[in-house]
Design a protein around this ligand. Structure first.
Ligand code: M6R
Length: 608
């Protein structure tokens, strides 16, 4: 949720800290701060609001030093304010910390520390960590941090500075991400790779419970028992440019335009010899699948919507019953998961705490598990038995776009792969879909060429209060994703309904001022969908239809048509979502919103 950075080396620490925070601002942006060891003590500057506010403060109060930590916040305990911003120090700023996550037992520890005379400045859970370190200080930085960790519960990434050891940063994590970038005579700490990519591609990914002692001369990692751990160095394969806007006004638009490549890359890794579908990382045979009674898909937000589409794919091609559950609901309802369940969790970031917790619960109940994620080495990737990576590249905008389309591709191919193994699909069916997937990037490009028309349609939406999205079958799942995109980027109320469900209540809300977006790509329910469109047209609502370019009938019923190239019903969602992403994007921009960092949201949600 929050973004964390750290630096130790020979250069001005604040230069890297600010640059790193800028690249992590998508993780939280209600306040920011840095701490640097300067003139014999740890000095802190922090400010409510965007990073630019902090930069302004630093113009008049610069911090000079070669070691420091920084933070960009998404508030949980204590509202956004200067004083609640991180870093937090103890009574004397001897220990200074930045934190991502939640310290669950902070109230009890705070009470204890208050009784001992500690003076707290903020309302945050984080501040107790600094005071606890001060209280437990035994003169050995690592030992003190270990004692602190033994006292706290919850989920966290914590990065500590100790004024008595001004050459060292110590960091640790549980259920939250943390990487260490390995440089020459300098080392970097960050929540995510984009912060360090322009400095180094060599990183350590910290596991839960590990502690890293980071100095300019090297990094030593210890396990929870204090024993040295030998870490594998990961080489990051994406370029620094991939984490930049590359001439686009927003990351979201850039990421929408990256979809042809992201889809192509994700398709290609799963096509083997004779155009068969392969999933090297699964290593399954037919008996593995025969031992499965059901599949549980669990995820959040956009990834959950991908799961809703995947249900259609898997049930159709692999003939295994699929249940799709919102991850934050799953583990609180005594689910009927067994050792004959396959749990499939979907997460772009691989760090969403609700999804991670659902995965752990499914595994505890005996399920085998697969993670579909975009983040190599993420917590979810490491927790699952098997991993399928989407090759979307870094997704920075809070609104998920290319991650979603690549999830659909990976899940469609997974469904076919299962069908291939089980014998529930013919070779011909597989070949048809493979061919269609291979030509998909060009079709996406065709839709993107039409983006100015879609930008024009966004003018219809900028002033409205409500928008309804309708669809049937797979199109209903896509309508849900379209509505979510519009809500989060434009702040316009949007709801998705199954076309046939409108007349059971929602039709009462359809008035001329309420535009309806109707997705109509599923041939088997086409005539029913046209009837639903006519029901809303009869209430004088404007309808923007999304359908195939050769569908001459749709345009008779709608006020505006967005055409997508003709594909099969299973491939259609990967195309029909793109105009909806563009519509949300242009509506958000025209309403003057910060589309990359919409209000109240953060990219990676690592709190429950
Ligand atoms: O990283 P994840 O895929 O686990 O994230 C799940 C949701 O938080 C995410 O998809 C969210 O709904 C997006 N902001 C939607 O655009």
């Amino acid at each position: 949720m929050c973004g964390i950075v750290g630096y130790v080396g020979e250069k001005e620490a604040s230069d890297f800290l600010i640059e790193g925070l800028r690249r992590l601002e998508y993780r939280g942006y209600d306040s920011a701060g840095i701490a640097v060891y300067d003139q014999g003590k740890i000095q802190i500057e922090k400010k409510m609001g965007r990073l630019a506010n902090l930069e302004k403060v630093l113009e008049t109060h610069p911090l000079h030093g070669k070691i420091g930590i920084g933070h960009t916040r998404w508030a949980t305990h204590g509202g956004p304010s200067d004083v609640n911003a991180h870093p937090h120090g103890d009574c004397h700023n001897h220990f200074v910390v930045v934190h991502n996550g939640i310290i669950e037992n902070y109230m009890e520890i705070k009470k204890e520390l208050l009784e001992k005379g500690h003076i707290f400045k903020s309302e945050t859970d984080t501040e107790v960590v600094a005071h606890l370190a001060e209280e437990l200080d035994d003169g050995d930085f690592l030992s003190t941090v270990r004692k602190v960790i033994a006292r706290i519960t919850g989920s966290y990434t914590l990065v500590f500075m100790d004024a008595a050891q001004p050459d060292t940063i110590i960091c640790t994590k549980k259920d939250n991400p943390l990487i260490i970038g390995l440089g020459q005579g300098e080392n970097f700490i960050a929540s995510d790779i984009p912060a360090v990519i322009s400095h180094t591609r060599r990183i350590y990914i910290l596991n839960d419970g590990e502690m890293a002692v980071v100095r300019k001369t090297g990094v030593s990692v210890y396990d929870g028992e204090g024993l040295p751990v030998s870490k594998k160095i990961h080489e990051v394969t994406w370029s620094a440019e991939a984490a930049e806007k590359g001439g686009y006004p927003h990351f979201m638009l850039k990421e929408i335009y990256e979809q042809p490549k992201a889809v192509r890359d994700t398709v290609n890794i799963h096509i083997g010899q004779d155009s068969q579908i392969v999933f090297d990382t699964l290593n399954w045979n037919k008996s593995d699948l025969m031992g499965m009674d059901n599949i549980l898909i669990t995820a959040c937000g956009t990834a959950y919507h991908a799961g809703l589409v995947a249900k259609h794919y898997i049930e159709q091609f692999a003939r295994i019953p699929v249940e799709v559950d919102i991850a934050s609901e799953y583990r609180y309802r005594r689910p009927l998961t067994t050792e004959r369940t396959l749990a499939v969790v979907i997460s772009q970031s691989g760090e969403t705490i609700d999804t991670l917790a659902a995965l752990k619960e499914a595994r505890r109940l005996g399920a085998r598990s697969i993670a579909v994620t975009n983040s190599i080495g993420s917590s979810i990737a490491r927790e699952a038995d098997r991993v399928i990576y989407t090759l979307a590249g870094p997704e920075i905008a809070v609104a998920s776009t290319k991650a979603y389309t690549t999830q659909l591709v990976a899940l469609l191919m997974l469904a076919l792969y299962m069908g291939q193994l089980k014998g529930t699909v013919t070779n011909e069916q597989v070949q048809d879909v493979v061919k269609a997937l291979q030509t998909l990037p060009e079709k996406i490009e065709k839709i993107l060429e039409n983006s100015q028309y879609i930008a024009g349609l966004a003018d219809h939406l900028t002033k409205v209060k409500d928008v309804f999205y309708i669809g049937r079958s797979i199109d209903y799942a896509i309508a849900m994703e379209g509505a979510l995109k519009l809500k989060e980027i434009s702040y316009i109320h949007a709801e998705a309904y199954a076309g046939g469900e409108l007349k059971h209540g929602t039709l009462a809300l359809i008035v001329p001022e309420t535009p309806v977006i109707a997705v109509a790509t599923q041939d088997d329910v086409k005539s029913k969908m046209y009837s639903n469109i006519q029901e809303v047209r009869a209430r004088n609502a404007e309808v923007i239809g999304i359908g195939f370019d050769d569908d001459r009938e749709l345009e008779k019923y709608v006020t505006e048509t967005i055409r997508i190239p003709r594909v099969s019903g299973f491939i259609a969602p990967i195309l029909s979502v793109i105009p909806m992403q563009l519509l949300a994007y242009y509506t958000g921009v025209k309403r003057g919103n910060d589309v990359d960092k919409p209000r109240n949201l953060a990219k990676s949600v690592t709190v429950e």
